[in-house]
Design a protein around this ligand. Sequence first.
Ligand code: HPA
Length: 270
Amino acid sequence: MIKYIEESADYLQSKGFENPEIGIILGTGLGQLVDELDIIKSISYNHIPNFPSATVEFHKGKLLYGNLGGKRVVVMQGRFHVYEGYSLQEVTFPVRIMEKLGIHTLLVSNAAGAVNLKFKKGDLMLIDDHINLQGSSPLAFKGVSELGERFTDMSAPYNPELNTKFETIAQENDIPLHKGVYASVVGPQLETRAEYRMLKIIGADAVGMSTVPEIIVANHLGLKTAAVSVLTDECDPDHLAPINIEEIIAMATKAEPHMITLFKELIKTL
Ligand code: HPA
């Protein structure tokens, strides 16, 4: 793994990805943050050595380097999911590359279903904690100790100071921002009514198919992390309407301006 990480990072450095400070992973329907970015370099995932190759068509699959809010950032335009057939190590490989390039902070966005029925579709939720329901760990491999502490602490995986900053920015900009627990499932099928009931009982406020592996690896590497979900559907087991992926993407896109403000303003303070 170390050799692969170095190879990919060396390649990106040779292409001008120099000393980024912050890494950003853009989730489904949240790609417009890119319009705010002063792009210096852009490389397709399939040109980066050892990178998993992008599959799902609505993910553009590019790594960008540029300036945002006065900071040097590296941005994943599209992420990898376990439901696409990638291993948890592949899904999180880009986080290891971004850390090797020099980032100290990782910011993540995603689309999620609202399990907490006080939350409505189109709302944003700051992730305060998570429940990993993906059945394994991105740290469950032989060489993990060479890259960081195997028994990674998870007492505060989402940086409390970053979260406080997000909440202040939300208040200052009149952006409603819930705070809650995100549960990650494999997908790609959505949940049954019984599964939504279970998620509520075990303490989840939102459910999605990403983010948790990336956050685990970011903590393994000692990065500061924060993540925001856009809630795209309401997971009410007693009145469950069929949903489709187009609707989810449309809802994510609608909430995009608020998400962009939160990220841009946070980055200015880092
Ligand atoms: N479940 C899982 N993933 C999701 C959902 C959901 O309801 N909405 C958006 N991503």
